[in-house]
Ligand binder design. Structure first.
Ligand code: GAF
Length: 382
């Protein structure tokens, strides 16, 4: 958790609203493997990280609510009985969406003021959105004693994203951000919403992120298209979700789906499988095997599921050329954001430098490197 973020939101809150706020911290996440499997009821392997959003919240007595995003230098005022989606892409939709979804559950929220500040790079595929949603729902639950469980809260955050932001996301991001455990990754079954924390022994290796610093447009609609293609094929196969299908089941309907959608469904079935194999490799301490699965995951995301981009593929190629990188792949929804790399500790810096230089030469822009720690999920800060 970043003490500095907490200090900043608290200080600004006291100065602006002259009352002591409740303080919440909500982290972003990484994902080791299991991409685009969550909305297919499959398995994922995320972890909360030491980049997040701090929120200061307290009741308001001036007849309206105020939300301030310090990073964006943006303030909005709104009334609770007039909440509706704001224009596409605006940050307030995360706040409005959460409030609306709480109201939909017949829970009563009163007027409030909230101030945010975060250090999760936007568009990096590290779930700044889920962290923001979770901070709002967690804060409102505390402030108004709503009696929501953590599980209720992640579903509220997810629905906010579906209905106000317009992304039909799965549950991975909200779950990892809410339920993260320090030094652990979570092997999450997205059907039962139960996870097993793994304290991964990385030995002389570590995880490192490289941010392409690009976010290609249309990624939200492409995401929703992928989800609906998966659902259509699951329906055709007469199963609840692709989690329930095998490669043989899919082959039996090969004539009934387009080649592109066939590959997408095949990717999902294989990735769910890979995530299971990764859990086993981790249990057995076999990092080389884990690395291979991570590379395979990227190949599938790029060539079958088609959610990668030139910049991500380039960084994964750089990793493949370096024998000290056991595995690398794009992370999150895709079309930009970060690669996640499993790299030898002693060589991580050198690899980061070589890859960054090559990236600059190729694309004429900088990438960013993050060394992350696995951290606790959304919590109250005393
Ligand atoms: C985004 C979504 F929000 C997640 O639910 C998940 O589907 C991910 O993309 C891809 O694995 O982060």
């Amino acid at each position: 958790m970043s003490e500095a973020l907490i200090k900043d939101v608290k200080k600004t809150f006291l100065k602006t609203f002259k009352v002591e706020p409740i303080l919440i911290y909500s982290p972003g996440r990484i994902n080791i493997i299991g991409e685009h499997t969550d909305y297919n009821d499959g398995f994922v392997f995320p972890a909360a990280v030491d980049k997040g959003i701090a929120a200061a919240i307290q009741k308001s007595d001036n007849g309206h609510c105020t939300a301030i995003a310090l990073d964006l230098d943006s303030t909005i005022e709104f009334e609770l009985d007039k909440i509706k989606p704001s224009k596409e892409g605006s940050w307030e939709n995360y706040v409005f969406g959460v409030v609306a979804e709480i109201q939909n559950r017949n829970k009563v929220v009163g007027d409030f003021n909230i101030i945010f500040k975060g250090n999760i790079p936007g568009g990096a595929g590290m779930s700044s959105s889920a962290a923001l949603e979770n901070s709002v729902v967690f804060g409102l639950n505390e402030l108004f004693d709503l009696g929501l469980s953590k599980e209720d809260m992640i579903f509220i955050s997810q629905k906010a994203e579906h209905n106000y932001v317009g992304v039909k996301c799965g549950i991975m991001d909200q779950y990892a951000s809410m339920f993260g455990v320090k030094d652990h990754a979570l092997h999450l079954d997205c059907r039962t919403i139960k996870s097993k924390p793994y304290k991964i022994n990385f030995k002389d290796h570590q995880l490192m992120l490289i941010n392409t610093n690009v976010k290609h447009s249309l990624s939200d609609s492409a995401y929703n298209d992928r989800r609906s293609a998966c659902e259509t094929i699951a329906e055709l196969l007469d199963v609840k979700a692709l989690r329930d299908a095998s490669e043989e089941d899919l082959e039996a309907v090969i004539d009934k789906v387009t080649p592109a959608n066939y590959q997408k469904a095949l990717y999902v079935i294989q990735e769910i499988n890979r995530t299971e194999k990764a859990a086993k490799a981790i249990e057995e301490g076999d990092l080389e095997r884990l690395g291979k699965l991570i590379y395979q995951s990227h190949a599938g995301l790029s060539t079958q599921y088609k959610v990668s981009c030139e910049e991500l593929d380039f960084l994964v190629e750089q990793a493949k050329k370096n024998k000290h990188v056991l595995g690398a792949r794009m992370m999150g929804g895709g079309f930009g954001g970060c690669t996640i790399n499993l790299v030898a500790k002693s060589e991580a810096k050198a690899f980061a430098e070589t890859a960054s230089k090559a990236y600059k030469t190729k694309f004429g822009k900088e990438c960013s490197v993050y060394f992350i720690q696995l951290s606790d999920g959304t919590h109250l800060v005393k």
